[in-house]
Design a protein around this ligand. Structure first.
Ligand SMILES: Cc1cc2nc3c(=O)[nH]c(=O)nc-3n(C[C@H](O)[C@H](O)[C@H](O)COP(=O)(O)OP(=O)(O)OC[C@H]3O[C@@H](n4cnc5c(N)ncnc54)[C@H](O)[C@@H]3O)c2cc1C
Length: 529
């Protein structure tokens, strides 16, 4: 069975149907089919598709972004199989933007030395990919071989006495009588549940990104890795205190057109921080905003784009203008309240090159997985590609032989669930002490705060309690890894360890046991060693 209906989950279903036409597949997803990060992806999907570009160059750019800890074999699989995977997506019906003469219109993004980003509908790439995949799924139709269930929350993994995956428990989130919990037996379980942006108070991720698959896998004994590497976007629209959910991105291009960051008193605070001031790299801007918030004690700063004028706003940034106005802010006449926000999780459930986790029969794919392609920092537009390529690889592995059927002997539920009321304070402490800026004392404070929140049990096992419990486990694992890694690398920035250290060139592998979470450091071994 497959859990999650984003690019990773739906591609897995379609590819497994192709590899194993008579296998019975169940796709379960906790909301409606197109809810998830996939439909919000904007920039595009990276692949060496243009004239003069090669997988080797894409590999080099990916390794550079990953800051020394990518798994080169995984990156090689991504970049060599990527062009074919995008081509298959086009054959499936995805319509990418094209040049007037016919070839794909390819753009460049930060970190790519070539134009290799395919996009659709300008900045609506994820929506088009999701549409095409879900249309193909609908065309496959529901049958004895394929069943799709929406509003079904996967809560724990069933295992055989030998520890193999044997299925899942699903909590069907219906009204009244349709609400219920049931076990689904399966020979293979593929988790494609996306990221965990909701662990922070500001995120570009939708509300479904609560890291359920990662928490479930940890509870079931699977290894996770690289959890400390979370990418932040410097500016999203601040929606007010305690707001939960997806915060609209305010693209860097707005600053490119002359908008500047100011504090509540109207003072420009990027001047003097970097030679490029407001146009400094993403991490520099995100850090400067966070410092400003911490020193001033406020919860947002402002992006002043009034000088662009009404016509320029409407011409250049119609989507941003519309989403600001939908939230009662008019960027033409007033500065936009902004904060940095969690955007993408490079780490996740540790897998091999075929999506296999350390629990036999359990697979992971997409943002929930850590295949090793992103290392310490994802290269822009590599994540949709990772979902496509590694979904197809899981189908290859399953096509070679399904794991044996097994009788479930035990579930892998946490001992108790937390009160959903912990979520607000949890997100706030993660943002303040384990977000963009990290330091030993701040992370220790976050760990202590999380331990305290972990005492707030609840006895109503509803979806909110499951998600809060999952986010608490992930936050605890993330803070633990961030505290241990005493260096700055990729998207992990330690104020007290500003440099990158060779001693830390490796991965923190996290697992959950009877005595709680534990981590071990595994150095990267070069091919020559
Ligand atoms: C605003 C934004 C812009 C982005 N832009 C780009 C870009 O330009 N290029 C790029 O490559 N990447 C981009 N990304 C990242 C990319 O969109 C994601 O990494 C990718 O879509 C993840 O796909 P996925 O299938 O792994 O997860 P998702 O698309 O998030 O899907 C997860 C699925 O799992 C389901 N689910 C979760 N938990 C459970 C559970 N317990 N039980 C049942 N179902 C569950 C969800 O409902 C959902 O269907 C962007 C992300 C965001 C948020």
């Amino acid at each position: 069975m497959v859990v999650g209906s984003g690019v990773a989950g739906v591609t897995t279903v379609l590819a497994v149907r192709h590899a194993l036409p008579t296998a019975r597949i169940l796709l379960a997803t906790k909301s409606v089919l197109d809810d998830g990060s996939t439909r919000w992806a904007q920039g595009g999907i990276a692949a060496a598709l243009g004239p003069g570009d090669t997988p080797e160059q894409h590999l080099q750019d990916t390794l550079t972004a990953g800051a020394g800890i990518c798994d080169e074999r995984a990156v090689r699989a991504l970049v060599t199989e990527g062009p074919g995977a995008v081509q298959r997506l086009i054959e499936l019906g995805a319509s990418f933007d094209r040049e007037p003469s016919g070839p794909l219109s390819l753009t460049r993004e930060g970190g790519h030395l070539r134009r290799r980003i395919a996009h659709a509908g300008g900045d609506a790439t994820g929506a088009e990919i999701s549409r095409a995949l879900l249309a193909a799924l609908a065309e496959a139709g529901q049958s004895a071989e394929l069943e799709v269930i929406e509003h079904a929350l996967a809560i724990d993994l069933l295992r055989t006495a030998e520890g193999r995956a044997a299925g899942l428990t699903l909590h069907v989130l219906g009204e009244g009588q349709r609400d219920g919990v049931g076990a689904v037996h399966a020979r293979a379980v593929v988790l494609a549940t996306g990221g965990f942006g909701q662990v922070y108070s500001a995120t570009t991720n939708p509300p479904v990104s609560t890291g359920d698959g990662l928490a479930l896998a940890l509870q079931a004994g699977a290894d996770a890795t690289d959890l400390e590497f979370v990418q932040f976007h410097p500016t999203v629209l601040w929606l007010g205190p305690g707001s939960r959910g997806r915060q609209p991105l305010i693209s860097e291009a707005v600053r490119g057109e002359g908008a500047v960051l100011i504090d509540a008193a109207g003072r420009r605070f990027m001047t003097g921080q970097h030679p490029l001031a407001d146009l400094a790299p993403r991490d520099v801007v995100a850090k400067a905003i966070m410092r400003e918030l911490l020193t001033s004690g406020t919860d947002h700063v402002y992006l002043d784009g009034r000088q662009l004028g009404a016509a320029e706003w409407a011409r250049r940034f119609p989507t941003i203008l519309a989403s600001c106005r939908a939230h009662g802010i008019d960027p033409v006449t007033e500065p936009i309240p902004v904060v940095p926000a969690a955007h993408y999780v490079s780490g996740g459930i540790r897998t091999d090159l075929y999506g296999r986790t350390s629990v036999p029969g359990l697979y992971a794919c997409g943002e929930v997985a850590c295949t090793g392609v992103h290392g310490a920092n994802r290269l822009a537009s590599n994540s949709l590609l990772e979902g496509l390529v590694f979904a197809e690889r899981i189908a290859v592995a399953l096509g070679r032989g399904l794991p044996p059927a097994g009788e479930p002997a035990a579930d892998t539920r946490p001992a108790g669930l937390l009160d959903p009321a912990v979520l607000g304070p949890l997100q706030q402490l993660m943002t303040t002490d384990a977000g963009v800026l990290r330091s030993g004392p701040g992370l220790a404070r976050a760990a202590a705060g999380l331990a305290e929140l972990g005492l707030q049990d609840c006895d109503k096992p509803d979806a909110d309690a499951w998600q809060a419990t999952n986010l608490h486990l992930i936050a605890t694992a993330l803070v633990g890894s961030a505290l241990v890694r005493e260096e700055t690398r990729g998207s992990h920035w330690r104020e007290d360890f500003a440099g990158t250290s060779d001693a830390w060139r490796g991965h923190l592998i996290v697992s959950a046991g009877d005595s709680g979470l534990a981590s071990v450091f595994e150095p990267v071994l070069d091919a020559s060693s």
